[in-house]
Design a protein around this ligand. Sequence first.
Ligand SMILES: Cc1ncc(COP(=O)(O)O)c(C=O)c1O
Length: 376
Amino acid sequence: MLKYYQEIINNLKQDSHFRDIKNFNRKDAKYIYFQDKRLINLSSNNYLGFADNIEITKEFLEYAKDQYSFGSASARLLTGTLPAYSELEKLISNIFKKENTLLFNSGYHANVGINSCIASRGDVIFSDKLNHASIIDGMKLSDGKFFRYPHNNMEALEKLLIRERKNFNNAVIVSESVFSMDGDIADIEKLVELKEKYNCLLILDEAHAFGVFGQIGLGVTETLGLTDKIDLIIGTFGKAIGSTGAFVTGNKILIDYLTNKARSFIFSTALAPINIAFSKWIIENKLPYTFEKRMNMLKIGQKAGSQSHIIPLIIGTNKDTVDTCEILFHNGYFTLPIRPPTVPEGTSRIRISLTTDINEKELFDAISLVKQKQQQ
Ligand SMILES: Cc1ncc(COP(=O)(O)O)c(C=O)c1O
């Protein structure tokens, strides 16, 4: 039987598709240390530099002292809810001006849990074609039906709504705000218009925007002044916040429903209290001082042709993408090839993600190396 799996692995290797786990020596601000090299890390979601930061870790541990343990030993609905959890939930509700919030162990848990239960038999979900794997996995587990509309194509979504909305009871539209692999931004104003016109719930995953966009860092909806129009906003702590975990915030009825129905919330041990406390501490004590740096990072991303701090350099084949990463590696940059199924077939790419520590010259030097390789 193992032969079957070995063959699949062989095929993956042949297509430059095989993934392996890299063991890094350490990470420090914008640098990552790998195979005796110090490289500029262009593949990090540590957008604000809060993760792997010795000074911040020391400062937090000094504050935390022995207040928080390293294990919750229980799911939240059993004996896993200490004050740190409800304090973080309250903080998120307050900053978003929402009624209630529910923490999840990761963005993956949140999207799987929410999208698997938000639609039941007779209901429908309309999902952007490029939504994250966790949203797709959640929908696949759902008893409802789902349709995937062409990426960010509001005309196509409306046509689908006209054709299908009447055939279902409840309807949900789900989108990312900043798309994780393309760095472009959903047309949130139009999504709000459509959700109102066709009586749908709107779920927005701000995983890559929370902590980056907006005056206080709530995400793209804050920039647009539309936070109150979104039924459920999802954010993660594992990216800009430099911690781990995720949240969904919205009205009390929906959060009560998710607390009772989202299986990835119900049936998993809660994150460690120390983690929860770290997320809260970062949001309260560090995030408020990042506005200028965040705006500068976004400006650099825009100069490189993106709408955000995520810059996709689309190469095409897996092999060319892997080879280009290799060239960048030998020139002092760490990047990762992004290949199907993470992105559509034929659009393998290098996904550059900026952090506030990376300057314009470093970015554009890397981009010209990629361009040189493409011209060969
Ligand atoms: C849009 C989006 N949502 C959710 C997730 C999952 O978040 P987490 O890494 O916290 O599981 C990701 C991860 O990359 C993402 O890009």
